[in-house]
Ligand binder design. Sequence first.
Ligand code: AHR
Length: 328
Amino acid sequence: MRKGIALTLALLMLLMLLMLSGCAGKQEPAADNTSVVVGFSQLGSESSWRIANTASMEKAAKEAGYSLMMENANQKQEKQIDAIRSFVAYRVDVIVFSPIVETGWDNVLNEAKQAGIPVILMDRMIETQDDSLYTSYVGADFYAEGRRAGEYLVRKADALGADHLRIAEIHGTTDSTPMRDRQRGFMDVIARDGRFEVIDSVDGDFLRSKGEECAEQLLEKYGAEGIDVIYSHNDAMTLGALDILEQKGIRPGTDILLITVDGEKDAVDALKAGKINCVVQCTPNLGPAAMELVRSLTSGETISKVTHPEESLFTDFDDLTDPSVEGF
Ligand code: AHR
């Protein structure tokens, strides 16, 4: 009897082992790319967008099996330059970086070029006479985002029958790509339309705290009656401004129209609540595309110079109960 039980148990264990090994056999083999080292210079942690972008890069590198050496520059260009120098000294395989501003990179990128290390610009561009200093750019088309914001405002003015709208702009970090291009795209759409007047443009540095300060200053200078629209270059600053409006008893989205860029959850929720009028999307999820570029580069394939993700916008003209209307 005992022998019978022991035999049954042994058979059961054997069966379980076979099942486990069968399951293991069906799993995807783990990528073994750990010898590929990617040096990643992130510019900071100024917004939820940036935090999500960092997470996307880390996750995608892990899934691809790459070793990611990440340095966060805390909004300091000098720190990014130091980080890139250390990646060159370490002889990483590829450098990925998100430049805080567009200018001032030629020297350090020349050092990377001399060392034969390809550079991928992720999220933001640089201004240079020498395009060979970077291999590829992956990130949003910020000019198109600015245009979408402007096109929304034209549509809104039509719907309201407005003949004069005074716009205050809260812009992102001075001389950064999203600041320059979101401003240019927006202006290109509204500049020749006599209904629109940009009364001010203030620097909110993509920070929520500065968005609050900017809103305070603007309200002090123009009063709630003197501003019809706030066009803010990111959700962090918009949410800061929104708090200030509410504290002062001004109804955001009604007394002052709010146009924002990014699409984080809190901003999309505020749109659904009628406190923001337009959210232009900018995806932080650039990790998979960046790592695909690393893969192509390290496999010797040619890669495209520019890759833009698909992006759209959510506005108060849309059916906001649609499940596709959601933030990150
Ligand atoms: O470069 C992308 C911008 O940077 C995002 O719009 C903003 O939230 C971030 O700080």
